[in-house]
Write a protein that binds this ligand. Structure first.
Ligand code: ASP
Ligand code: MG
Length: 412
């Protein structure tokens, strides 16, 4: 029988009524002839509550116990979903990560899935089980301890199961009805995309579109898992949601697929560092060890052997970045005159695989921003993305102007 993976996020299993509603969707796919693997999140708000309890009890907690506690929300929804399905006369049972077992690394609170053996679940399908309800977000380390996959990790559980079981598709049920050209809260002209390429989705996810965990998109791209993002509150239909798929499946599209933004960025500049071989390693090594996610980097022109180095990172990591740089200075590893943090910036990006074959997208983006009087502070580009750092107060204006200029309200 063909296999389908259906993942229900926290809002789709927020209470018993919603679990019952999700179970009805599962029943439809069982009737369509699928063996279904259901991946569930915890009830919405539950994981945050559990994380809060951990922090209150032990601020410098043992990450193995964090995982033991924080993974428990999914156990409850998996059991309830299995019971609900049984009440509908559908043979179903729940599986916690360790029972499958979902084998992960030992990186507690941020583990990676290494292997999902399919034998046990397939044996049960062979015996007549119709639905395997799996607790998302969790696994087991080589040491036999419970692990979790990082916040939002049940998306990754779902894609990994779809890859391991060769599922026909992986449907991600969430509280939005698909992937949009930009955040509809910023412009009402934002349009739902019918299809988006893996690479575009990967950029949008890592640029802050919260709809899918970035790692789940990476996995889907690697194993070519067709992903559909759709709302569990809408009536089912074939055109529902957005299909994240190989670019070959997309016949026509705009050069730019979407405009993404990230509000909480900071721009840090090290003034007057020695311009010598190894200086970048001496700066960014300690930042990475301190857990600072450096995004954009610019090294300015050097004068008399000294230069300024600018980088961006999330605002909540500014303190950590400052400490890492002051420590590196104190140890003599680097030397700089001053460290200036600008916490009032935001990043705006345009993304699209069409940029590979169309020139002029960057020039147009800069023209549009200049016409709005928006000053660009840092620019980075990749093959399918252009990002700029601007003053945060212009962020919404920039997103709206770019959405208009690239005519994203119209389908390509
Ligand atoms: N419940 C976990 C979280 O809130 C995992 C997930 O829902 O994806 O992060
Ligand atoms: Mg999520």
């Amino acid at each position: 029988m063909p296999t389908l993976v259906m993942k229900f996020g926290g809002t789709s299993v927020a209470n018993l009524d919603r679990i019952a509603r999700a179970a009805k969707r599962v029943a439809v796919e069982v009737a369509n002839g699928y063996d279904v693997i259901v991946i569930v999140s915890a009830m919405s708000g539950k994981t945050n509550e559990l994380v809060g309890w951990v922090n209150e009890t032990s601020p410098l907690y043992d990450a193995r116990e964090y995982d033991a506690i924080v993974s428990s929300g999914e156990n409850v929804t998996a059991g309830l979903m299995a019971l609900r399905l049984q009440e509908m006369d559908i043979p179903a049972r729940s599986w916690q990560g360790w029972q499958v077992p979902v084998k992960t690394t030992s990186a507690h609170s941020n583990a990676r899935i290494e292997e999902i053996p399919t034998e046990k679940i397939n044996a049960k399908f062979g015996e007549g089980m119709k639905v395997a309800v799996v607790a998302g977000f969790q696994g087991i380390s080589p040491e036999g301890r419970i692990t979790t996959l990082g916040r939002g990790g049940s998306d990754t559980t779902a894609v990994a199961f779809a890859a391991a079981f060769g599922a026909e598709r992986c449907d991600i049920y969430t509280d939005v009805d698909g992937v949009y050209t930009t955040d509809p809260r910023i412009t009402s002209k934002a349009r739902k995309l019918d299809k988006i390429a893996f690479e575009e989705m990967l950029e949008l996810a890592s640029l802050g579109a919260k709809v899918l965990q970035t790692r789940s998109v990476e996995l889907a791209m690697r194993y070519k898992v067709r992903l559909r993002v759709l709302s569990s509150f809408e009536e089912p239909s074939d055109s529902a949601g957005t299909l994240v798929c190989d670019e070959e499946e997309i016949m026509e599209s705009n050069v730019v697929a979407g405009v993404a933004y990230s509000r909480d960025e900071a721009k840090m500049t090290l003034i007057s560092v020695a311009d010598r071989p190894g200086i970048a390693a001496a700066i960014f090594g300690p930042l990475s060890e301190a857990g600072v996610n450096v995004d954009m980097i610019v090294q300015n022109i050097s004068e008399e052997g000294r230069t300024d180095m600018t980088f961006s990172c999330p605002t909540d990591q500014v303190k950590r970045a400052e400490k890492a740089m002051q420590d590196a200075k104190a140890s003599g590893a680097i030397n700089f005159h001053d460290l200036v943090a600008d916490e009032g910036v935001a990043k705006v990006s345009v993304v699209g695989i069409g940029m590979r074959s169309h020139t002029g997208v960057a020039a147009k983006m800069f023209r549009v921003l200049s016409a709005e009087g928006v000053n660009i502070k840092v620019i980075t580009t990749s093959e399918i993305k252009i990002s700029v750092l601007i003053d945060r107060k212009y962020m919404e204006l920039a997103v709206q102007a770019l959405h208009d200029a690239f005519e994203l309200e119209k389908a390509g």
